[in-house]
Design a protein around this ligand. Structure first.
Ligand code: SF4
Length: 53
C-alpha cells in the first residue's frame, strides 16, 4: 500500500506508517482523545495506530 499524501505522520512504530517517508498508508484515520476535556495537542491520539511489533 502506498503513502496517503493527505496524512503526514512520523510514528514509525505504527504498522500503517509508510516507513520510506513520513506519511500514513491508510485511506483515512480516526483521531480521538483520552481526555474528558482536551485542551492541548498532547490530548489528541491517532486511534488507528497499531504497534508494528
Ligand atoms: S495509523 Fe495513525 S499513527 Fe499509524 S501511521 Fe497512520 S496516522 Fe500514523
Amino acid at each position: 500500500m502506498g503513502k496517503n499524501s493527505c496524512i503526514q505522520c512520523s510514528i514509525k512504530e505504527c504498522k500503517h506508517h509508510d516507513m520510506a517517508e513520513n506519511y500514513c498508508t491508510l485511506n483515512q484515520i480516526k483521531v480521538g482523545t483520552h481526555e474528558t476535556h482536551p485542551t492541548k495537542i498532547e490530548c489528541t491520539d491517532c486511534e488507528s495506530f497499531v504497534f508494528r511489533g
